[in-house]
Design a protein around this ligand. Structure first.
Ligand code: UDP
Length: 492
């Protein structure tokens, strides 16, 4: 094992996470997994992002974090903003992505000093400029996707069939069948439109180009979860160098590791556990809409009222943003909500220790925005879901949860939330619809879903254990890269 080897003799991987919680956190988990399997890691990110993952990664002597200042080339990105979650509006995401490009040049200097010489780059999919580093230093680039195979395949098929024009010509509510999927999936134009927004298309094209030039793909999924989509994805990529090594969140085994994931939690982990310990098994609803949730205050309030009306114990995580915080706080203070629910509801303002909560036996349902990390964390915990997608791949993850895996119900959103114009979408789901969806999942009606998701949780855990498919895939990936590095050394 790694501990018995010197750092100099270990294979050395350089990891580049995107600066967004849904990307940074699983990349940090991946770093831990690789280091536990005998790989030295250099994790390159900016100071604020480094501080978010430092306490987790510093536990491994085989991981070093190198920091580079966030480039200040884009005047629209405020000083000190280094992560999607601190952008004043999500419409700045394309500019934020462009702002990361100068990191390529900065990293070149660092790269020359790394020892032993790195044998590969593992890059977030959204940092296409890392292909230039891979070319310059003649090392393979691996792309890390914390996305479902279903979504990756859907996007690949849409691109391959030049579907953009068909979609643009469709009416907003028209159902569009995603081409060439093993099982047909339909989405409306207004759900797809986010993915086709011209501002993202340009960056998306650069990503696709960098992917085509890359050596292989690491996917935060597991072989038993979506096998048909995975098989088709490999065919579509035209390579078997696709390694499913997830769910990466399962590398966090003890309470402290689970609680440390991501930002500092707004609730003490012990208080959270004690609160959950006092509840019956599978009785608690956990509601959280991710690190970038951009629904309007009135919609947040509908969710709170639905949790109250569900008559079940609940933990409700409210993401605090400049645009909603004041209104929501006023409502919480003036409506008497917190007083009414104080015996069975826990409101977390800010960051919740999500994996810690989900893995507690008292949690019996998860109202989720279907971000891929949340989805696979819910699956790993064996918790059925109320699917409430907001944008991008979340729409497809909902299809997987509800239609393919049948481990959750839809809350009934029809439109994607648009970045920067959230007010236009307003309230999409009323309290009654959310309450009814929660009842379905938590009542007898939800038993079959619960049984299925529990089975998947067992498959997920087995996959990550010694000899399981994800563990084996990780080993094969490491061996492949070592082999690649050795043959290159022989040639030079
Ligand atoms: N997360 C968390 N606490 C929070 C909000 C988010 O731990 O209060 C974690 C969550 O467990 C997941 C990640 O942040 O690992 C969010 O990723 P996801 O893909 O679910 O959604 P995104 O935030 O990217 O929309």
């Amino acid at each position: 094992m790694a501990a018995s080897k010197s750092k100099q003799s270990l294979p050395h991987f350089v990891l580049f996470p995107l600066m967004a919680q849904g990307h940074l956190i699983p990349m940090a988990d991946l770093a831990m997994l690789l280091s536990q399997n005998g790989v030295k890691i250099t994790f390159i990110t900016t100071p604020q992002n480094a501080s978010r993952i430092h306490s987790l990664l510093s536990q491994s002597p085989f991981i070093q974090i190198l920091q580079l200042p966030f480039p200040s080339t884009q005047p629209d990105i405020p000083q000190g903003c280094e992560n999607f979650d601190s952008l004043p509006s999500l419409h700045l995401v394309p500019k934020f992505l462009t702002a990361t490009s100068p990191l390529c040049r900065e990293t070149e200097h660092l790269f020359l000093q790394l020892s032993p010489k790195p044998c590969c780059i593992v890059s977030d999919m959204a940092l296409p400029w890392t292909i230039q580093l891979a070319d310059k230093f003649n090392v393979p680039r691996l792309v890390f996707y914390s996305l479902s195979a279903l979504y990756l395949l859907s996007m690949a098929n849409l691109r391959a069939t030049d579907f953009g024009q068909t979609i643009m010509a469709a009416a907003d509510s028209e159902l569009i069948i995603i081409p060439n999927l093993p099982e047909p999936i339909q989405v409306t134009k207004s759900q797809l439109i986010f993915t086709l927004d011209p501002v993202f298309l340009e960056w998306g094209n650069q990503m696709a180009k960098a992917d085509r030039a890359s050596y292989g793909f690491i996917v935060n999924s597991f072989d038993g979860l979506e096998p048909k989509y995975l098989e088709e994805l490999k065919k579509s990529i035209g390579s078997d160098k696709v390694w499913c090594i997830g769910p990466v969140s399962l590398c966090n085994k003890d309470t402290t590791d689970k609680a440390k994931r991501g930002n500092k939690a707004a609730i003490d982990e012990q208080r959270c556990i004690e609160w959950l310990d006092r509840r019956e098994p599978e009785s608690v609803v956990y509601a959280a809409l991710g690190s970038l949730c951009n629904v309007v205050a009135a919609q947040i309030i509908e969710l709170g009222l639905a949790l109250e009306a569900s008559n079940r114990p609940f933990i409700w995580t409210i993401r605090q943003t400049k645009s909603t915080e004041k209104q929501v706080e006023n409502w919480l203070a003036e409506s008497g909500f917190e007083q009414r629910i104080k015996d069975r509801g826990l409101v977390v303002r800010g960051w919740a220790p999500q994996v810690l909560i989900l893995s507690h036996p008292a949690v019996g349902g998860f109202v989720t925005h279907c971000g891929w990390n949340s989805t696979i964390e819910g699956i790993s915990a064996g918790v059925p879901m109320v699917a409430w997608p907001l944008f991008a791949d979340q729409i497809f993850n909902q299809k997987l949860i509800v239609g393919v895996l049948k481990i959750g119900v839809s809350v009934g959103v029809e439109k994607c939330s648009r970045w920067g114009v959230e007010e236009e979408i307003g309230v999409q789901v009323k309290m009654e619809a959310i309450r009814d969806a929660v009842q379905k999942v938590m009542s007898g009606e939800g038993q079959e879903m619960r049984r299925r998701v529990r089975e998947l949780a067992v498959t997920a855990k087995t996959a990550m254990e010694e000899g399981g498919s994800s563990h084996l895939n990780l080993k094969l990936l490491i061996e492949d890269i070592i082999h690649q590095a050795d043959s290159q050394q022989l040639q030079s």
